[in-house]
Design a protein. Structure first.
Length: 260
């Protein structure tokens, strides 16, 4: 695996390749990221991972400052998972002086995470469009865990006629059911126990006549930011978010259809 830091080096490394899978990430790799790498490896001749903690998608300075960063560890994990090229740009490479173009996806970015994190999806859509323009992949891989992110990116791809497929990889969970997230490390043991109510409530809602009510009923004292149905190209997921101690957890389950 090669590590490159500039757009020019990505372009040189990809010259002539026409079967490229891109996995956009912010690092702090766990088994969820590895699942994206493995899926990309199976489906694509050449796998690029980007590693960039994108300030534009953080509303909260403290969350950005606390975001874990360990490039050497991430590079070893990416290489072992079959990534061919790791693009780890500087802030200046992605947002050079004078940068002033932003992608605003409208309805898909409203509600749920969009309401809780103003500007978040503007930052996500902008950085993803820029990564797609740099890497020009045939496929890009995203996790089901961030279901609204998938909805936003798919809408952008369609609206701007971007020539790539958006692939969705099922959420990877710990043995206790909690969806893996780099932020879970900030939970104390007691908070982690409380956090388990979120995946349990969502799982219990699958098949219920009123899934939203069933999830609310199973939250065991957790106060959710929202519990809502989200449509993803004909598939329906039940998505929820709740704050537990210092961490805002998000999760969802598929109720109907397929995410592919
Ligand atoms: P991040 O580095 O947090 O921006 O995440 C990079 C990608 O990994 C996103 O597409 C996420 O949806 C995906 N991801 C994060 N956590 C998980 C998980 N537990 N299972 C599957 N994919 C995940």
């Amino acid at each position: 695996m090669r590590v490159v830091r500039t757009v020019a080096d990505v372009r040189a490394a990809l010259d002539g390749r026409d079967d490229v899978g891109l996995v956009p990430t912010m690092g702090a790799y766990h088994t969820g990221h590895e699942a994206l790498f493995h899926t990309a490896r199976v489906e694509s001749d050449f796998v690029v991972a980007s590693l960039f903690v994108n300030p534009a998608q953080f509303g909260d300075e403290a969350d950005l400052a606390a975001y874990p960063r360990d490039e050497a560890r991430d590079a070893a994990i990416a290489e072992a998972a079959g990534v061919d090229l790791l693009f780890a740009p500087s802030l200046e490479e992605m947002y050079p002086a004078g940068f002033q173009t932003w992608v605003e996806v409208e309805d898909a970015a409203r509600g749920l995470e969009g309401d809780a994190r103003p500007g978040h999806f503007r930052g996500v859509a902008t950085v993803c469009l820029k990564l797609f323009a740099i890497v020009r992949p045939q496929r890009a891989y995203f996790g089901q865990k961030d279901a609204q992110q998938v909805a936003v990116i798919r809408r952008m791809v369609r609206d701007l006629e971007l020539d790539l497929a958006i692939r969705v990889v099922p959420t990877v969970r710990d043995a206790d059911g909690l969806a893996l997230s780099s932020r879970n490390a900030r939970l104390s043991p007691a908070e982690r126990k409380r956090a388990l109510a979120l995946p349990r409530a969502l799982a219990a809602a699958v098949g219920a006549a009123d899934p939203v009510a069933a999830a609310h009923a199973g939250l065991n004292g957790l106060h959710p930011d929202y519990v809502e149905l989200l449509d993803l190209d004909g598939a329906t997921v039940l998505a929820a978010a709740a704050r537990v101690g210092p961490v805002r957890l998000i999760d969802n389950v598929l109720l109907k259809g397929s995410l592919q």
